[in-house]
Design a protein around this ligand. Structure first.
Ligand SMILES: Nc1ncnc2c1ncn2[C@@H]1O[C@H](COP(=O)(O)OP(=O)(O)OP(=O)(O)O)[C@@H](O)[C@H]1O
Ligand SMILES: [Mg+2]
Length: 256
């Protein structure tokens, strides 16, 4: 395999809390190749968001190592984009200004930045909503603004923490297809956190499965379904077979 873009080796994170130390991750191993779509699938509380914070450079590991292009991650980086579980848009700013926020913070918003924001709004299907305010959009539309904001500064790596968890089932399906389309168009490397088996199977090249807390890698599944995947993919026997295998695995862990 080529050199990994991102590599976690025996990663461990322990939080200090008033009730004593909480071991969130222990023995987590994962690697992400350039351009790859990797999902991290695991039960609630197993340390998925903790992993994302470590990759984002917001939290230092207590053990093991995490590297991006071979160098340890020591703090937040410009070449990483994050999409959170909630869209977290600024309600008093327009859709366009919300998308521009990361590059404004970096002092990079000029005419070119504005042009790129408009192109990304086109890509996420919201070209007509640039001057709207977040409360005029549905949850799924707000989440698409969040995705455009996550990639405006052209990061190599996009981190997504259960970005569709707050959406209803139909919007989720729609967003899965949208995200695949955006990923195929931009070819970003993605770490996608989820506890939804169908989401992980539909979107991923590979799935890393974590155990209950402390989260450690217990399984890795390569998903060989052809792309682009669509609604028919979800109804196919091959899709069901991946999903059933993962479901059966979680039931042996007692977490299904
Ligand atoms: N700041 C903190 N201090 C102490 N313990 C924490 C802190 N943040 C998280 N934890 C604990 O670490 C464990 C992992 O939390 P984390 O948020 O990473 O889980 P998760 O897999 O993202 O869960 P979910 O699927 O519900 O979002 C949990 O037991 C949580 O209570
Ligand atoms: Mg979480």
């Amino acid at each position: 395999m080529n050199t990994a873009l991102l590599e976690a080796t025996d990663l461990a994170v322990t939080y200090a809390s008033s009730r004593g130390p909480v071991v969130a991750l222990q023995g987590l191993n994962a690697r992400l190749g350039a351009g790859e779509f990797l999902s991290v699938l695991g039960p609630s509380g197993c340390g998925k968001s903790t992993l994302l914070k470590v990759v984002a450079g917001l939290l230092a590991p207590s053990g093991g190592s995490i590297t991006l292009e071979g160098a340890p991650i020591t703090g937040p980086r410009r070449d990483v984009g994050i999409v959170f579980q909630q869209p977290t848009l600024l309600p008093w700013q327009t859709v366009l200004d919300n998308v521009l926020l990361p590059i404004r913070t970096l002092g990079m918003d000029g005419v070119a930045g504005r042009q790129r924001a408009l192109e990304l709004l086109e890509l996420v299907g919201l070209a007509k909503f640039a001057s709207h305010y977040p409360n005029e959009l549905s949850g799924g539309m707000q989440q698409r603004v969040g995705i455009a904001r996550g990639i405006i500064h052209d990061p190599k790596l996009l981190l997504m923490d259960e970005p569709f968890a707050a959406l209803d089932a139909m919007s989720r399906e729609h967003m899965m297809i949208e995200l695949q389309r955006i990923w195929l168009a931009t070819k970003k490397s993605v770490v996608f956190i989820t506890h939804s088996i169908p989401e992980a199977v539909f979107l991923s090249d590979r799935i890393v499965v974590l155990s209950e807390r402390p989260g450690r890698t217990v399984r890795e599944v390569r998903v060989d379904l052809p792309r682009p995947r669509n609604i028919d993919t979800m109804a196919s026997p091959a899709f069901a077979s991946y999903a059933n295998e993962l479901r059966a695995f979680f039931s042996t862990l007692g977490t299904a």
